[in-house]
Ligand binder design. Structure first.
Ligand code: GUN
Length: 288
C-alpha cells in the first residue's frame, strides 16, 4: 500500500487552518513565520516559496527576507537576532544550504530556542534526545506522523535508518527509539554487506542518504514499511529536466513492501505540514 504523504499533509493543513482561526479569534494573535533566503539557489527558492504559500493558505503571516549571496555572516546573524527580539515573529526559518562563506552552525545557534521551528538548534536536538519539550525537526516528525496515521506502531519492531544527518537520519533514529523500535543506523560508509543484512532484517526502513536507488528493492523484507526521504534528480531520455527518484528502487521495492512512500508525494509534503504545525505551536507557546 502507498503511504500517501501528499493527501495526509493536505488533511493536516486543513485541520491547522481551523485551529489557527480559533487561536487567532481567541488571542488576537496571527502566527508569523519569518523566512530567510540567502542567495539565488533555485531549489531553495522553490522550497521557501512553497512554505510561504502554505502559511498564506493556513492563515499565518509570513515575513520574507531575501539577502544577497555575498551577505556577511555578521549581517545574517544580526537579522536573526532582530527576528528573535521581534515579538510579532513566532518562528524563524533560515533556508539551508547557506552560501559557502557562512558558518551555518553559527547562524542556527543564533536562533532563539522558542522560535526554532525547524528544530535544527543544537539544544532542540538535545531536548529531542532527552525527550524534553522542544521543536522536532520537520522531516523526521513527518515520518512519525505518517506511521502513526497509518496505524503502524514501531514498538518492538526492527527499524533501520540509512543516513545520519543532523536534520533527518539522527533525529529519525531518536524518534524511532523513543517509539520503542530497535534501531540500527547505517550510512554511506556502512559496508555494503552489513547494509544489506540490516535492511533485509528490518520491519521499518527509513532511507535518507540522498543517493538515487541506493537500496535495491530486492533487499526489502516482505511486508516491511519503507519510508523514502531521498529526492534525487536523474537523467531521463523522455524528460528534459530528468525525473525525481528516491533512495530506494521503488519498482522492485513496492512488490515486496507492505507500505511504501512514493517519491515525490511521500515524505516531502509532510515536512512542510510539520513546519506549519511547529509554527502554530510556537505562537501558542508565546501567548500562554
Ligand atoms: N534545506 C533543506 N531542507 C530544509 C529544511 O527543512 N529547513 C531549512 N531551513 N532548510 C532546508
Amino acid at each position: 500500500m502507498i503511504l500517501d504523504g501528499k493527501a495526509l499533509a493536505e488533511r493536516i493543513k486543513t485541520a491547522l487552518t481551523e485551529e489557527t482561526a480559533e487561536f487567532t479569534a481567541e488571542s488576537g494573535v496571527t502566527p508569523c513565520l519569518a523566512t530567510v533566503l540567502v542567495g539565488e539557489d533555485p531549489a531553495s527558492a522553490v522550497y521557501v516559496r512553497s512554505k510561504r504559500r502554505s502559511c498564506a493558505k493556513i492563515g499565518f503571516e509570513s515575513r520574507h527576507h531575501h539577502l544577497p549571496a555575498e551577505t556577511s555572516q555578521a549581517d545574517l546573524v544580526q537579522l536573526v537576532e532582530d527576528l528573535n527580539s521581534d515579538a510579532s515573529v513566532h518562528g524563524i526559518l533560515v533556508q539551508l544550504p547557506l552560501p559557502s562563506q557562512m558558518d551555518s552552525d553559527a547562524v542556527i545557534d543564533a536562533i532563539a530556542l522558542h522560535k526554532d521551528v525547524d528544530g535544527f538548534h543544537p539544544r532542540s536536538v538535545g531536548h529531542l534526545a532527552l525527550k524534553k519539550e522542544g521543536f522536532v525537526s520537520c522531516t523526521p516528525a513527518g515520518i512519525m506522523r505518517l506511521l502513526e496515521e497509518s496505524g503502524i506502531d514501531p514498538s518492538g519492531k526492527r527499524a533501520v535508518v540509512v543516513g545520519r544527518s543532523a536534520i533527518v537520519g539522527l533525529p529519525a533514529a531518536l524518534l524511532l527509539t523513543h517509539a520503542n523500535a530497535t534501531v540500527t543506523v547505517c550510512h554511506s560508509r556502512t559496508a555494503r554487506e552489513d547494509l544489506q543484512a540490516a535492511v533485509e532484517g528490518a520491519d521499518i526502513v527509513v532511507a535518507a542518504v540522498g543517493r538515487p536507488h541506493f537500496l535495491p528493492g530486492a533487499w526489502i523484507k516482505p511486508g516491511a514499511v519503507v519510508i523514502d526521504v531521498g529526492i534525487n534528480r536523474i537523467p531521463d531520455p523522455d524528460r528534459p529536466r530528468g525525473r525525481l527518484v528516491g533512495d530506494v528502487e521503488f519498482e522492485t521495492a513496492q512488490e515486496r513492501a507492505g507500505w511504501i512512500t512514493p517519491v515525490p508525494g511521500g515524505v516531502g509534503p509532510m515536512t512542510i505540514a510539520m513546519l506549519m504545525s511547529n509554527t502554530l505551536l510556537a505562537a501558542k507557546r508565546a501567548v500562554r
